[in-house]
Design a protein. Structure first.
Length: 482
């Protein structure tokens, strides 16, 4: 267990987080192939983004330039150093390394880019925290193989993981395999799964069955990568990455309580496999009941056992509530087989309807720690907002400070009062980047403002927001001082 004291653990990893396709731009530079994220159109709060079949002329793809971190990372890392970051979480863009995913040889220019990036971070005293696949795979693997529903992707991923873990074995200690692997069952739509597994559904597909198959293939690929990583460098800390959104019972009706725990189970399924190395009984029962015909072998089950993770990385933004009742005060948001997700009347939401709930973070830390007894790493947390630049050039984002302060306080309570082992905290979008969900540039999370709008106009100039000095002080003082 990490040493506790009145403040945060001494070696606590205060940081910031981003993902390759949301920050780098340079989508076709130096031999990079297209990734599934590069063919996502711009969306907005009301209408979601779409995966297009390749890059269509005349269409705007916000990830193509993003904030051009690919060419400006030195300037940005200078600001991260000034901010005091001890850790910087980003992902490696798989299609920079294997442009088509199934190439025989890796792309040296892509490997070199991350060599330089990690060197620059280390030179500035910042620990890289690396996700192998953050909501993107090489587009050719989606087009030619159908994404992760195809078992062949297991081997392609493992080869990619082995290549980069070998290459950066002396530069990177903290790894995670698939970003928010556990939100697929809740986010697939009519057409496809739109996060890591990138599956396009075919006519007649049972969508849940196909998504579970793709998820299983990813879990097997992840476990194999963990095993290989540990053989490359036993000091590696390799984690999984979950999206945890606590689901409260809307009423104290016992059926609502049951519905809430069943909904939580859908998300815990993934960390149960990653941490315990076996498929939980509740999942096996469901698959049997639904008549799912899933493909996995004895050898796969052994891989799951041998490749359990060292820590659990997770994102936390909000909570939701669920009910089985018909006479609601709250408005139904979405129907699930078990129950309805509804608004929580005790919470306020941001402009995108994400309900702000710092106590939910403490609740989550406790629940996850009690379930697994493994170190936890909060690798995403933050508040998306429309920031404005005042006439004096200042960006007064006190709402962001308020959000983060409340969450840091909750995290501190979980550590100091409840004894939860938390390794670090990397708030999302340390610098403004493209929003994954809406594709907007103007849904901002950063401490550093980037001059660019939803249409792609702007100078890309960086500017510190008021929250910059606040977070700098938090890191300097290793927590909030009263
Ligand atoms: C998480 C993703 C991130 C990030 C974040 C905020 O789900 O891991 O990639 O984008 O959410 O979401 P959004 O960008 O939609 O506001």
């Amino acid at each position: 267990m990490t040493q506790m004291n009145d403040t945060f653990p001494k070696d606590f990893l205060w940081g910031g987080a981003v993902a390759a396709h949301q920050i780098e731009g340079a989508y076709d530079a130096d031999g990079k192939g297209l990734s599934t994220a590069d063919v996502l159109t711009a969306g907005n709060r009301e209408s979601p983004r779409q995966i297009t079949q390749g890059v269509l002329p005349g269409q705007y793809y916000p990830n193509h330039e993003a904030i051009d971190f690919y060419h400006r990372y030195k300037e940005d890392i200078k600001l991260f150093k000034e901010l005091g970051l001890k850790a910087f979480r980003t992902s490696i863009n798989w299609s920079r390394i294997f442009p088509n995913g199934d190439d025989v040889e890796p792309n040296e220019a892509g490997l070199k880019f991350y060599d330089d990036l990690f060197d620059e971070l280390l030179k500035n005293g910042i620990e890289p925290v690396i996700t192998l696949s953050h909501f993107e795979i090489p587009y050719a693997l989606y087009e030619n193989y159908g994404g992760f529903k195809n078992r062949k992707l297991i081997d392609f991923f493992v080869r990619y993981a082995e290549t980069v873990m070998n290459r950066y074995k002396d530069k990177v200690t903290y790894w995670m395999t698939f970003n928010e692997i556990n939100n697929q069952l809740d986010t697939f739509d009519e057409l496809h799964t739109w996060t890591n597994s990138a599956v396009l559904f075919e006519e007649g597909d049972n969508k849940e069955e196909v998504t579970v198959q793709a998820s299983l293939n990813e879990l097997i690929a992840s476990a194999k990568a963990v095993k290989i990583g540990k053989a490359i460098n036993p000091d590696f800390q390799i984690g999984c990455m979950m999206a945890y959104v606590p689901v409260y019972p809307y009423a104290c009706h016992p059926k609502d309580m049951l519905a809430s725990s069943k909904m939580m189970e859908r998300r815990f399924f993934y960390s149960d496999v990653h941490v315990r190395g076996e498929i939980p009984i509740y999942a096996l029962k469901r698959w049997e009941r639904e008549g799912f015909d899933l493909e996995y072998t004895e050898e796969d089950l052994l891989s799951l056992k041998e490749g359990t993770v060292d820590y659990i990385g997770f994102s936390y933004y909000m909570s939701t509530a669920v009910t089985t009742l018909d006479d609601l005060d709250g408005q139904p948001i979405r129907d699930f087989p078990e129950a309805k997700v509804v608004g929580n009347p005790y919470l306020e939401a941001n402009d995108w309807g994400w309900q702000i709930d710092p106590d939910g973070l403490r609740y989550t830390l406790n629940t996850v720690y009690q379930r697994y007894n493994k170190p936890l790493f909060i690798v995403e947390n933050g508040m998306g907002a429309y920031d404005t630049v005042d006439s004096d050039g200042k960006i007064r984002d006190d709402y962001r400070v308020e959000y983060l302060e409340a969450h840091i306080k909750a995290m501190h309570e979980a550590i100091a009062i409840d004894g939860v082992d938390v390794m670090g905290y990397t708030p999302w979008g340390v610098i403004d980047i493209v929003s994954f969900g809406s594709g907007e540039m103007e849904k901002r999370y950063g401490f550093i403002y980037v001059d660019k709008d939803n249409q792609g106009n702007g100078t890309l100039k960086r500017r510190k927001k008021e929250s910059f000095a606040w977070y700098q002080k938090v890191i300097e003082e290793n927590g909030l001082q009263d």
